[in-house]
Design a protein around this ligand. Structure first.
Ligand code: SF4
Ligand code: SF4
Length: 298
């Protein structure tokens, strides 16, 4: 039977050109051998996708660190978006790389999940990259970590981003108790889905599509149902892995990360995101309707 599968791919890469002070990958460098290992693993994965004629495959790269500064990830997106089995190829990125390469993609199948790090790039420079993406016709979402000290910056970014671009706020859970009710409301005014992200959703025993129609794959092809449950369920490069793609209840107590809980059936978030599920773009521009506080500039 033909597969309809979303794959969250995270290879061995674990380095970043930025230096966010809360991040283990900040300014971490890898050896040439480690980078070679990552490149070969990625090429193997893309070759695998290329051979899946008859299936429908979507891919979200969720690297440890920043991957678009590496040529082989840009080439992978170019290749993936031009492959017949691929519906969507997306990547989480700090948007620090040049963007000419997107012209070689099938942009109808490309999407970026961009995060703004105010300590690492000037707002105007980040906005210029967003406008360039827009001009080039690329789908993308933008996000900011919901740190108390970044609230005003996030509000300014919201005002200056094109209206049709969704700005999500990732709740900074250790700091939630430090936010006043007014500050929480201001984050929610930016992102109406913020309250969902502030919660650790009870997930033990609950139905979740992770492991059935969406999986996590590492550089060796090891399949896990999601990034948050370590037990492997199969290997992508071994015949018959499809048999592992079955319904099973979640075995973790809670799920608190968007790329996980979005697949919990009872939260009913699939209709909220529809086609933008992988790149975190809600359908129907709900952030515009629900954020009258912002005087949109476009
Ligand atoms: S941009 Fe992302 S990966 Fe890089 S240091 Fe900052 S938080 Fe870490
Ligand atoms: S609820 Fe979260 S932790 Fe549980 S299976 Fe789904 S994605 Fe994984």
């Amino acid at each position: 039977m033909a597969l309809n599968l979303s794959i969250l791919y995270r290879g061995p890469l674990s380095s970043c050109n930025y230096g966010c002070d809360y991040c283990p990958f900040a300014k971490h460098r890898e050896t040439v051998a480690e980078l070679d290992h990552d490149r070969l693993a990625l090429n193997r994965f893309v070759d695998w996708v290329a051979g899946r004629n008859g299936d429908r495959i979507s891919v979200l790269f969720t690297p440890w660190g920043e991957a678009l500064t590496r040529r082989w990830y840009r080439e992978a997106l170019i290749r993936l978006t031009n492959l017949p089995p691929v519906d969507r190829a997306a990547i989480q990125t700090n948007l620090s790389c040049g963007l000419e390469w997107v012209e070689r993609c099938d942009k109808s199948r490309l999407a970026l999940w961009a995060t703004y790090h105010p300590s690492q790039i000037r707002r105007d420079d980040f906005l210029a990259r967003c406008r360039e993406l827009d001009r080039r016709g690329v789908r993308f979402s933008v996000g900011v970590v919901g740190l108390k000290e970044q609230l005003a910056e996030a509000e300014t970014l919201r005002r200056e981003l094109p209206r049709h671009v969704y700005l999500w706020i990732n709740a900074y859970k250790p700091g939630l108790g430090d936010l006043t009710a007014d500050e929480s409301h201001r984050f929610e005014a930016i992102d109406p889905l913020y309250p969902i992200n502030t919660q650790r959703h009870a997930s033990f025993g609950r139905a979740c599509r992770a492991g059935r129609s969406v999986i996590s794959v590492d550089g060796d092809g090891t399949i896990r149902r999601c990034h948050f449950i370590r037990d492997p369920i199969a290997n992508l490069y071994e015949p018959g892995f499809e048999a592992a793609l079955i319904e099973r209840p979640c075995t973790n107590a809670t799920c608190s990360c968007h790329i996980g809980y979005v697949h919990l059936d009872h939260l009913r978030l699939y209709p909220v995101f529809e086609e933008g599920l992988l790149e975190r773009i809600p359908a129907g521009a709900i952030w515009v309707r629900e954020s009258p506080e912002f005087a949109w500039n476009t």
